[in-house]
Design a binder for this molecule. Structure first.
Ligand SMILES: NC(=O)c1ccc[n+]([C@@H]2O[C@H](COP(=O)([O-])OP(=O)(O)OC[C@H]3O[C@@H](n4cnc5c(N)ncnc54)[C@H](O)[C@@H]3O)[C@@H](O)[C@H]2O)c1
Length: 257
């Protein structure tokens, strides 16, 4: 397949790009001609993301950034704007359960609760804050947040903070869509269903056993699990010119429930 030019000349930021969805999203934007700046705390995974891009003749710039650290986020965005002069799209994909598993709520410490909010909500807020002035100045921009079916219903993991944080991030999406719409900036949200995309989801999948796995797939209209590419496709749609009059929306990408 030949690389495309759908996002040629654009600068795109992808958070949580060390593996899974973030890696697929970064790769897809680079494949379509964007200058991609990817961050994560997992530097080994980031190097692999950059290597895989290079293997396809593409470049993905990578930086170690903790999305829960507002100063680090600001410095990263400042570096990108100094280098390229613009931010066309921001994908707030960093998130997840931070290695936690479902436990009764009496057992959850404040630190457990806050760690999940830091990456799934604070990070999206700090990044939106950092890119907004640049997008406003150019009167255009796309912010795409990655939530989860867990933010619309309940989490298969049983993790209270995860369901709550993803719901909060969906609220942030709607609120920012209204605040930023006057500058031509759209803010949308992709809510993925379960995808085997990282060691945590692999463990989760194994824990279901054969019977549980069959039940999960049976409950999906399209009778298959999704892939990171399925998620990237939806993100690229929200970032595309064709999605210019769509904002504040949550798109479930889950094979149909
Ligand atoms: N895989 C699934 O089934 C699924 C389903 C619904 C939603 N999601 C969401 O999609 C996104 C991507 O998920 P995934 O499965 O590809 O991987 P993931 O859930 O493991 O997390 C994505 C990345 O975020 C990074 N990260 C964590 N904390 C960070 C921090 N403070 N600063 C910077 N980076 C940090 C991780 O290192 C990881 O590379 C997450 O937001 C996740 O919650 C995943």
């Amino acid at each position: 397949m030949k690389a495309g030019e759908r996002f040629a000349g654009q600068t795109v930021i992808v958070t949580g790009a060390a593996h899974g969805f973030g890696r697929a999203i970064a790769h897809a934007f680079a494949w379509e001609g964007a200058a991609v700046w990817a961050c994560d705390m997992n530097t080994e995974g980031l190097s692999e993301t950059a290597r895989l891009a290079h293997q396809d003749g593409l470049t993905v710039q990578t930086r170690a950034v903790d999305v829960g650290d507002a100063a680090a986020v600001g410095a990263f965005v400042a570096e990108i704007v100094a280098a390229t002069g613009r931010v066309d799209a921001l994908v707030n994909n960093a998130g997840g359960v931070r290695g936690q598993v479902g436990r009764p709520l009496e057992e959850i410490s404040p630190a457990d609760w806050q760690a999940i909010f830091a990456v799934n909500v604070d990070g999206a807020f700090f990044f939106a804050q950092a890119v907004a002035p640049h997008m406003k100045a150019r009167k255009s921009g796309r912010i795409i947040n990655i939530s989860s079916g867990a933010g619309l219903g309940i989490s298969l993991t049983g993790i209270q903070a995860y369901a709550s944080a993803k719901a909060a991030q969906i609220g942030l999406t709607r609120q920012l869509a209204h605040e930023l719409g006057a500058w031509g900036i759209t803010v949308n949200n992709v809510a993925p269903g379960f995808v085997r995309s990282n060691p945590t989801t692999e463990r989760q999948w194994e824990s279901y056993g054969e019977e549980g796995q069959r039940k999960l797939i049976d409950g999906i209209a399209l009778k298959r699990l999704g892939t990171p590419q399925d998620i990237a496709n939806a993100v690229l749609f929200f970032a595309s010119d064709g999605a210019g009059w769509i904002t504040g929306q949550i798109l479930s990408v889950d094979g149909g429930k």
